[in-house]
Design a binder for this molecule. Structure first.
Ligand code: S3P
Length: 173
């Protein structure tokens, strides 16, 4: 039986962190974030890990985190980095919720943020938008295939998305 967690997946910048914070406000869920866990484990930023060790090393850390989540975490909202969905045991960690939006809408969302420059800078895989679009096209069908529930977040506030998420999860579980 899978663990009793909710796992938020979706492309970089789609708003997983913002929705997670709203879910915490409107429910009894506690939230954790796989990127935050990795930064604490390594005591350095994701950007630095990519620069110094490379992406393959980061993906191994994601696998380590996935095993820990499966073994030790319950009743928690887990927001994930955009590539975390590739870990083999993801289905065993909990109910998978995809935050979905077209690529252009995601980029527009990031660029409209007051802290847009940093939002783009801290994500190594968003440095080149042409490459990022290719990655999005590759991943989107995989996200959809994996998701138990999908929330279209386009033009919705994080509060609206969090309410929709809680409603859908309640019906699903
Ligand atoms: C990644 C997404 C990032 C972070 C890392 C790699 C990806 O997280 O894990 O830069 O492969 O899509 P966000 O989705 O929170 O930006």
């Amino acid at each position: 039986m899978p663990n009793n967690n909710i796992i938020l997946i979706g492309f970089m910048g789609v708003g997983k962190g913002s929705v997670a914070r709203e879910v915490v406000k409107h429910s009894k869920y506690m939230a954790i974030d796989t990127d935050d866990i990795i930064e604490s484990m390594e005591n350095r930023k994701i950007k630095k890990i990519f620069e110094v060790e490379g992406e393959a090393y980061f993906r191994e850390l994601e696998k380590d985190v996935s095993h820990w989540l499966q073994k030790s975490v319950q009743n928690t909202l887990i927001s994930t980095g955009g590539g975390f969905y590739k870990v083999k045991n993801i289905k065993k960690i909990g109910t998978i919720v995809l935050l979905d939006s077209p690529f252009d809408a995601i980029i527009k969302r990031i660029k409209s943020h007051p802290n847009a420059v940093n939002k783009l800078k801290k994500r190594p895989l968003l440095n080149d938008l042409k490459e990022a679009k290719k990655l999005y096209d590759l991943r989107r069908p995989e996200y959809l295939a994996l998701a138990d529930l999908v929330i279209d977040v386009t033009d919705k506030s994080a509060t609206e998305c969090s309410k929709e998420l809680l409603k859908k999860v309640k019906k699903y579980v």
